[in-house]
Write a protein that binds this ligand. Sequence first.
Ligand code: SAM
Length: 487
Amino acid sequence: MDMTHYEGEDGLVLGDEGVDNVRHLHVGDNLEVMRGMGSETVDLVYLDPPFNSNQNYRIVFRGPEGLKPRAYLPAFEDVWVWDDASEELLGDLMQGRSDQAIGKAVSGMLMLIGRDRMMAYLVNMTLRLIEIHRLLKATGSVYLHCDPTASHYLKVLMDALFGRENFRNEIVWCYRGGGVPRRDFARKHDLILRFTKGDEYVFNPQYTEYSQASVDLVARRGGVSIDDRERDLERGAHMNDWWSDINSLQTWSPERTGYPTQKPVRLLERIILSSTNEGDLVLDPFCGCGTTMVAAERLRRSWVGIDVEPMALSVLRGRFDREDLGWELDVRGLPSVDPFDGDDWSMMAIADPERFERAVISLIEGCVPWRNRQDEGKGIEGVVTLPIGHVIVGVRGGNGIAIDDVRDFLRVVEGESDHGVIGGVLVCGFEPNVDLLEAAAQAGTVCVEGESYSRLSVVTPREVFRNDGENGWGLVNAGRLNRLGVS
Ligand SMILES: C[S@@+](CC[C@H](N)C(=O)[O-])C[C@H]1O[C@@H](n2cnc3c(N)ncnc32)[C@H](O)[C@@H]1O
């Protein structure tokens, strides 16, 4: 078994255990993490990057009652624009590479496509593919999961980096279900580009069942098929490069975690079995909710997963607990966020106040982000409309709020009463102290249908998520629970 250390020179990724024992999750940008890893240390890379779909993806947390979504949190964005940052990355990429195949491929694409969102996506991807090529062992393989939106460009980039002679397969993964366009054929396949680093590589053929017609024919002909070649009916047929026997995850699938674009574990098991042996190191730099990690763990491979989205890791944590895979998560980088864990929220409020704000707004059912330019500076991030009036929501990231923040927000609530605002909720990353609660209590109460609610609540996201009405979260919560007739 290979015991190569996969530690980079700057020690960003540690591997004291040797690669046969590595189970590392990194929260952060994969480019930075991969740059910290040692060269030629990885046996297999599977990557399933955003496809340039121009969509924002959301995580659905299920409520205890089953399928009914309890809350949506923003997950990753797949929206690209050409901006100053892209120009800078292009500069980095071309530095010393203009005469290399990859430099020429990128220059050619730039001429063809121009500086637009597709090119921004490709420049970002190229920098990562360069690192992946460096990390792979001489016997290693990479599987790049993409779709027809950008697969043709990505294939050219991969040819330039890995060499056309190392292109092994274009796997067509066919699935069913989902929507159908009115004026086009239904798009029901993804593409998985398989390259190896060189000519000597690990490949364990996979087999699939023969059709009943083939089985009958071979049985009739005494073990040979129509071409007079022997067929091992028990072992099955050598697998093709189009896979239609693994469907995409449907909404009702028990495997679903709620994380968008989650892939089936069986798909990853097939890839890992084909291109690695027990104890080998598998890297997924866009690991999402960790499908690759689950498959690698079940098949006794070492693994490294990276995702920039802290929520992805909290979903993965739950998944490993549920599967009882029996290991301790070794998470590096930013804290992951467990929606029920106040400390996680506090860390997120400090580390990434903008994400904190977006996460909170999407957590409150029926809350619409407030985007009124005239109101900029008032600190209103969202509004919940109840039949009896509006409740405005303010979200404050950072390491806590002061009494003045509460008083300022109260003034905004009062100032907006002419516009139908009846109350406000201020959400912060830290448990409010008595002084803050007292300042909020000075706003008094609102009486609705004989029940009295705090006019101004100061709460943490954990209370919002727990549906906890005890800390003055009553007004919006009452709306959420349909007590005020909100449908
Ligand atoms: C298509 S999803 C992967 C889904 C995954 N295969 C699964 O089964 O759950 C793409 C993931 O890439 C992550 N991502 C996007 N840009 C990234 C970056 N620069 N570094 C690390 N992760 C990134 C997103 O947060 C998202 O979770």
